[in-house]
Write a protein that binds this ligand. Structure first.
Ligand code: MG
Length: 303
């Protein structure tokens, strides 16, 4: 059995030792489009206790501004866009940190939805592809070619419900013939588009480009260290006082354990207690809890 303690004294075990909480969103803050009960009050208490918070999602279909609207719509109006780290933002931040030109001399080809383009717009990097190529079909008749922009310096691959052969061929040419860098927002195998079943995640779009280029992408979302490096350089945070809170072992908890953070798994999402404690599970958070309302549970219990 994997040995993971259930959070029992949140003040001494967690709150006294952590200055910064990084929350995964789906399965922690909300499920699909519904806020998990009690979350607004718990976040408010953490904020009053002086804790810094960040909200991280591997879903690249929205930009930070798009997620801000989702937080607002769920009544979490205290969360500013700067506290939101979508993998669409991570891709743009990665380009910025790796000195990708912002003078327009290099462009990005996007497989993905509106979120990635919106983030690139904010840092002045021109982009093509994305939703604009949803209906395009390459000339595949005799002698047919697809001409690509020679200034494409990077291809970003994010979740795209309108992925098609034109986009795959465009990306293939940019990477194989044009030397563009291959960047993936995340590698999630499956995602929860609806609550009725699991759906093919961005791992499938990335797999298509991997398959035709033979290259491995630079991954910017969880569990890659890029987000934590960004937080460290921007805010000078001490890793040992940061706690990653999520509902998935292979992305959230791994992101914490790989990067020297504390980690806590909540059972309010995709991972069951049985799976967490199974002898087959080798990914072990510092603690687990039913949901983040447990951070203040002992107080409520004694009232
Ligand atoms: Mg989640």
């Amino acid at each position: 059995m994997a040995n993971v303690p259930k959070l029992s004294d949140p003040q001494s075990e967690l709150l006294d030792k952590v200055d910064v909480f990084i929350f995964d969103c789906d399965g922690v803050i909300w499920r699909g489009d519904s806020l998990i009960d009690g979350i607004a009050e718990t976040l408010e208490r953490l904020r009053k206790a002086g804790k810094k918070m960040f909200f991280v999602t591997n879903n690249s279909t929205k930009s930070r501004a798009g997620y801000k609207k989702k937080f607002d719509g769920l009544g979490l109006t205290d969360v500013p866009a700067e506290e939101i780290f979508s993998s669409s933002f991570a891709a743009a931040a990665y380009l910025e940190q790796s000195n990708f030109p912002t003078d327009g001399s290099k462009k990005v080809y996007v497989i993905g939805e509106v979120g990635i383009g919106e983030e690139l717009d904010l840092i002045g990097i021109p982009h093509l592809g994305g939703p604009a190529d949803n209906d395009k079909v390459a000339n595949m008749g005799s002698g047919g070619r697809l001409e690509v922009d020679p200034d494409v310096g990077a291809v970003i691959v994010g979740f795209d419900r309108d992925v098609n052969y034109y986009k795959i061929q465009y990306a293939q040419l940019c990477i194989n013939e044009g030397d563009a860098e291959f960047i993936a927002t995340n590698l999630d195998a499956v995602t929860h588009l609806t609550d009725a079943q699991e759906w093919a995640g961005n791992g499938s779009m990335v797999g298509a480009i991997r398959g035709c280029t033979g290259q491995e992408p630079t991954v910017v979302g969880k569990p890659s260290p890029l987000m934590i490096e960004y937080l460290e350089s921007k805010y000078g945070m001490d890793r040992s006082r940061i706690c990653m809170v999520g509902d998935r072992l292979d992305t959230d908890v791994l992101f914490g354990t790989d990067n020297g953070l504390k980690s806590l798994l909540v059972l309010s999402g995709v991972t069951s207690e049985e799976k967490l404690l199974s002898p087959d599970n080798s990914i072990t958070p510092d603690f687990y809890a039913d949901d983040i309302n447990a951070f203040f549970a002992s107080e409520t219990a004694t009232v």
